[in-house]
Design a protein around this ligand. Sequence first.
Ligand code: M6R
Length: 617
Amino acid sequence: MCGIVGYVGPRESQDILLAGLARLEYRGYDSAGIAVIDREGSLGMRKKAGKLARLREALDEAPLGAGTTGIGHTRWATHGGPTDLNAHPHLADDDRLAVIHNGIIENFSALKAELEAEGFSFRSQTDTEVAAVLLGREYRAAGGDLAAAFRAVVSRLEGAFTLLAMHEDHPGLVVGARRNSPLVIGLGEGENFLGSDVAAFVEHTRRALAIGQDQIVSITPEGVSVTDFDGAVVEVEPFEVSWDAAAADKGGWSSFMAKEVSEEPEAVANTVLGRVQDGQIVIPELDGLDGLFQGVSRVIVLACGTAYYAGLVGKYAIEQWARIPVDVELAHEFRYRDPIVGPETLVVSISQSGETMDTLMAVKEAARLGAKTLSICNTQGATIPRESDAIVYTHAGPEVAVASTKAFVAQITALYLLALHVGRVRGALSAEVAGAAIAELEALPEKIRWILENEQERIEQLSRWMSDTRSVLFLGRHVGYPIALEGALKLKELSYIHAEGFAAGELKHGPIALIEPGQPVFVMVPSPRQGATLHAKVISNIEEIRARGARVIAVAEEGDAAVLPFADEVLRVPLAAPLFEPILAVVPLHIFAMGLATAKGLDVDQPRNLAKSVTVE
Ligand code: M6R
């Protein structure tokens, strides 16, 4: 749940570390720090509670010596509050060794007691400092061999970790290890990089290596060596990062989120790009993997947060087109309930980051139980796809704002592609129906663009009017239900307003008690063409809440005149076939949540208490 970066090479490491941390700040932003070995060979460190800007100020006040080897960290606190002392790096071995960490060391209390009994003392409350002190002890025992000390340390650690360390004795060397936590290597010319993800170094190099579970990497300016935890050399194949640095910049937008919402049409278009040939879905990543879908009698979708809501939309598409029953589960609930899963189950995991620990652990558990695993992921080199039998990448580009927007529409798009592909492979879907769906799919980017061009201003105005609102409810039926959930989550996380999403049919079973005069309720109105019954039922729901004083904001299809007499506001979306409605209906909700948070003067990119990538359970 933290961002880590390492550098060795001829350039000033401080600049490279700070730039890398700025790109990783979405992973955690309650404190930050760097350590550098300067040209005289001494190790210096600065760290500060608060956002990266505070660290920059500290460095301006008390600069570190210039140096070409360094590590940097941006933190999301787990053990120990966000204070200067708990920030990383942590020092050991007479302050000659610096260590940073992402993850949780579950047995840190026992290790700490062991080290204290030997006379070691601690300055922070973190689990990381325990690893640092242990590494210092093992470094001495290994006669100054840092990689050997790492091997000794990792065998003692339980939990999840990426650890990076450097020692004054070895300028030009950074060593890292990973277990259930991400670490990628950037390969430069006469310089090398380490990062929690490729965003840390993509402005310097697009050649990368993703190291596997339980591996240790040493980088010097001249090269990279990878071993397993026993010291056996591991060969790792480089890959080319397709994102460029510009894609991860704000590019003149007021926030990453504003930029990313504006990129929703491209996120959909790029996810479809190259995957329709001669009117057929062709997913190159699934070439030769048709067997994965044969003999499957059940699909379980596993994900968390927004990705889970995308999965709920995917259920409708997979069941309709591929005719396979689908369960959608929160990954953290799946893992601990002794699930009934076997070779007849296809587990589809969805994760923007590909690093969400709950999802990763659930996928591993499913694989252990014999399920086939396929992941939908936006981040190259990430762990979840590497642990899966097959991958379908979303091509949303880097998503930096903590709240997921463009990745969500890309995830739904990938699920449509997958459902159509599986439907055809299994013979459950006619070419004609698939063709019509593909045409709808290809029309979506233009329709999203229409919403941004024609409705965004009005929605932003509405969010300004509503900036004092204390609670907002969201209702939807059928594919509108997951969108109600997503609308509520986005509003909660960005504007800290109480928000709940409900299935409209559930209203009378309890939630209607919440309605009082003036209560704002967003209602996802299904297309009248979706079946008169569903539309009529939602209109009845609107009448029921209006009768109790609710203020209704309807998200409805252009041309749906029937809704007008029942709504205080109508946000228009273009016509689409029923299954494709969610990807359009969510756009006004993303704009609204962002607009309301902006009106309240909040940081839409880095909401309080959150981190983009939840890499701890
Ligand atoms: O990286 P992932 O897609 O696995 O992340 C899953 C959730 O943590 C994520 O969607 C989270 O709910 C976002 N903050 C929602 O905006």
